[in-house]
Write a protein that binds this ligand. Structure first.
Ligand code: DQA
Length: 141
């Protein structure tokens, strides 16, 4: 199964960014852990701080043969109609993941524009959330 792990703005700073909120693991640690846990799957990883690049990557997913997407849209979760529309436009299932529990934080983080067009949302479980999302898709295959 071909699964894209897509990460949005500021997630390139994982490891040093607010470690009390997001932990000490880096995006490279995430990729290593997922590849070790799911060797049978074709996992690809993309991070961007730019909304348009994330949209382009979502649009490209069907023609690239991507079967499923695990997406942490970062702060765009709470603001981006364009990313929501891109998720809704493609026939590839998406799970929204957040490291922190967005529902236990500031009011502006408690609204996701993207979750309603996703299969589901996993929030507050740290990097385990990405593993659970891949496990969900894996169990479907
Ligand atoms: C986040 C939560 C967002 O509110 C925040 O803007 C992020 C990270 C998370 O993974 O907990 O950048 O998506």
């Amino acid at each position: 199964m071909k699964i894209l792990i897509l990460n949005g703005p500021n997630l390139n700073l994982l490891g040093t960014r607010e470690p009390d909120v997001y932990g000490h693991d880096t995006l490279d640690d995430l990729a290593t852990g997922l590849r070790e846990a799911f060797p049978a799957h074709d996992l690809s990883f993309f991070q961007s701080n730019h909304e348009g690049q994330l949209i382009d990557r979502l649009h490209a997913a069907p023609e690239e043969g991507v079967d499923a997407i695990v997406f942490n849209p970062g702060a765009f979760t709470h603001t981006s109609v364009a990313l929501r529309d891109a998720v809704a436009a493609i026939m590839v299932p998406v799970i929204e993941v957040h490291l922190s529990n967005v529902h236990a934080r500031e009011a502006f983080r408690q609204k996701s524009l993207i979750a309603p067009v996703c299969v589901g949302q996993i929030t507050g479980l740290g990097m385990t959330g990405y593993h659970l999302a891949v496990r969900y898709f894996s169990d479907l295959s």
